[in-house]
Design a protein around this ligand. Structure first.
Ligand code: SF4
Length: 341
């Protein structure tokens, strides 16, 4: 949109990291800005750039050097990830931040927002950014009335951001959206001086101040869901029980829950619990069931413990697991059960 870009070109704050097209410098600034205000990061940014002016110098640094230059910014994992990212870029991409979204996303610590910001600003790659500020602007501009904390809302807003992107000048457009969100379309929007006023639905309906809608989701409970693998020849035991926390209405492989956040009740003997923990293998697979963030694992259990498992029981062929235990979890774990058979 022309009005937005014109406004940005004549009004934006003169910030060093906004005056460059060097992907490395943009990358560092975007990482610093993720949890820190512009005014608080400027001096750290300059010191960082003096010491590490390019990918090569950062990739040759030590963790201690990077952390000491990050003092005052907090969230030190960002600094360590930047260093790891620099080493990765040196090794994989010859020291140059790649102009390709998938390659950029493979860099440690680089997510959608950072990749899109760097690629659009440095290379004019037509990728729209979506951070908190941009979400606020888009929600008001398009009168988007869903809870923006929901995963689906994020996807929908990303689509709106993509549609709204000025594809001829994506770098300026993205910076303009961030700047507008930071200076004009703030919590209390200053619509009178906004370049989007004429086409903004939030303004025309007088609903801008009530948007975006943010309803905090219940905090997620972190758990390990350890499936108990009872084998008889090539068969697995599955059970059905209304008294368990998940899969109350379907057959499932029996499971044991471990959580630091909550105490889950179960009737297993101490001997079985010890056996579960001793044989427990955590997989790389994750899952999510209403408010539970789940790390999946399994534990091979000798058949003599079978009588401790309650509920209706059934022995099934391993290759029938997806059919008999109709959850995407069984698909995720099938290979682990098969590999042991
Ligand atoms: Fe935000 Fe108001 Fe501008 Fe709409 S007109 S984008 S609500 S500042």
């Amino acid at each position: 949109m022309k009005e937005l870009r014109d406004w940005f070109l004549s009004n934006h704050r003169k910030l060093k990291f906004r005056e460059t097209k060097e992907p490395y410098k943009i990358w560092v600034s975007e990482v610093m800005l993720q949890q820190t205000r512009v005014s608080a990061m400027l001096s750290s940014y300059e010191r960082f750039m003096e010491k590490f002016p390019n990918v090569e110098s950062l990739s040759n640094s030590t963790e201690e050097e990077v952390v000491s230059l990050w003092k005052g910014l907090g969230y030190y994992s960002r600094a360590l990830n930047l260093r790891k990212g620099a080493i990765y870029i040196t090794e994989k991409f010859d020291g140059k931040f790649p102009n390709d979204i998938n390659k950029a996303l493979s860099i440690p610590g680089v997510g959608q927002y950072t990749a899109r910001a760097v690629l659009s600003i440095a290379y004019e790659n037509p990728l729209a950014v979506l951070d908190g500020n941009v979400k606020r602007v888009l929600s008001r501009y398009f009168l988007f009335k869903k809870n923006i904390n929901q995963t689906n809302a994020h996807k929908e807003l990303q689509l709106l951001a993509d549609q709204f992107l000025n594809k001829e000048n994506p770098g300026d457009h993205n910076q303009a959206m961030m700047e507008l969100g930071a200076t004009i379309c703030t919590m209390e929007p200053r619509c009178a001086v906004c370049p989007l006023q004429n086409s903004c639905l939030g303004f025309s309906t007088k609903e801008a101040s009530s948007l975006p809608i943010k309803i905090k989701e219940k905090p997620k409970i972190d758990i390990e869901l350890i499936f108990l693998v009872f084998r008889k020849e090539n068969k697995l035991l599955i059970t059905k029980s209304k008294n368990r926390r998940f899969f109350k209405t379907i057959y499932a492989i029996p499971f044991y829950i471990i959580s630091k956040d909550l105490d889950f009740k179960n009737d297993f003997s101490q001997e079985l619990k010890n056996m579960i923990l001793k044989n427990r293998i955590l997989t790389s697979k994750k899952h999510s069931i209403t408010h539970h963030k789940i790390q999946l694992g399994y534990s091979e259990i000798p058949i003599n413990f079978e009588n401790e498992i309650s509920g209706e029981k059934k022995w099934i062929e391993i290759d029938q697991i997806e059919h008999e235990f109709p959850s995407s979890i069984s698909k995720k774990l099938k290979t682990f059960f098969e590999s042991k058979s």
